[in-house]
Write a protein that binds this ligand. Sequence first.
Ligand SMILES: [Zn+2]
Length: 461
Amino acid sequence: MTAIKLRLLPLFFLTFLIVSCSKKHHASTQNPKDLSAVYEDKFHDSTRKALETKLHQWMLKDSALAKHFVFTNDGLLFYAPDQTPGPDTHPKFIIPFNYLGEAIHTLEQDPSGEHFAKAFTLPFKTEPITPITGPLEPHFNPSDSLPLRGLRVALDPGHLAPNFSFAKGIEKKFIDLHEGTDSATQIFESELTLATTYLLKEQLEEAGATVLLTHTDLNTPPIGTSFYKWINERFYSDLNSAFQTGMIDSVQKAALEEQHKKIPSEKAYAYIFKKLYNPLDFNARASLINDFDPDITVILHYNVDVYNKPWTQATTANMSMVFAAGSFMEGEIDKQQDQTDFLRLLLNKDIENSIEFCNEVQKAFEQQLKIPAATPQDSLYYLERYCIKTSKNGVYLRNLSLTRKIHGTLCYGEPLYQDNVHEYKKLTHSNFTDAMALPRIREVANAYFSAILTYSKRQLH
Ligand SMILES: [Zn+2]
């Protein structure tokens, strides 16, 4: 952006706020030509109407949040939840439609959102991050023998329990079935997801893709330090920085300190895991992935029948589902980081692309694994309460930490119920190597692989 344009901006913003300007007036502050070239595919249809439709259809689970987003003919005004929207209040952020390219680029290039927060607010203090101009290096360059050559794929094996007892006592992601016999079937999700990830990685690399794993070993989670070691070495420093960065408030901080005094109680450990260690681990996963700058991200999970808790008996239910970002609820745009993540997802095409990719994954779950998609008729409370259903079967929008924080096209996959009466028998194993040799795990990896092939092929046309 030129210096002249920069000087014009404060005036432009004020005019934009106070007066309803004609389109003609704004012709003088149109996008630089190079920007249109870089962002053409990203905002050619991002008109007011398209954004308003997307806001209501996909972004807001609670319609009460709608009052924080005010559209004018010239742009979008965002009022934070602690502000009263109206003509007497300066909105927290202002995004003129003819600076949409800069806004998207700034949000995409700086995951912290801090640069955006300075550039798109009054008084105007800084300029948006200047987009890279010129042709971008095409890194995805498939051939007949290497159909994924150059494609960058990030794989995030869900959860991190290093063993069954941690999975059951602290992480709560396990099944422990006693089917009227003396022997129990004990399976923990982190082991299944890592085994699946290894198989998928192998296939992707054979097809020429460049693959990132957020962790390769259950003893070394993405956060870098195993839980008990972290409690001893990093609890207080991470607690303080979480407080300083606004990740937790003073009440949450006090509650965590209180629980820390109660260790080695398992309940206290589980509390600290859920409220601080796990969220920090999510941040670490998102950072690793965003730094890698992938074309596609897969977040691998295995589901359980939520009504079958505590998973000591098998269930006859079995369903598949996939998640992309969206579906924000009250309280979920209070923090600035959440606000800038929200605006990025509203303005760019990550959700649109993710729905397309998720749809391929979901179809593969249904066709190759023979698991039906979860529908609203299944009355799963979490789908009703937290999710927005898309027009695609089994594809739901959900504001999970990772769907929100990870940039680009992603799929958060839940292929089957581990506690299903048929599935658990196919998933029973004695150690990690054994898990990798399970045909069912291989089938799940195959389903993801074929979805990545289909989706990436379509991106070329
Ligand atoms: Zn999971």
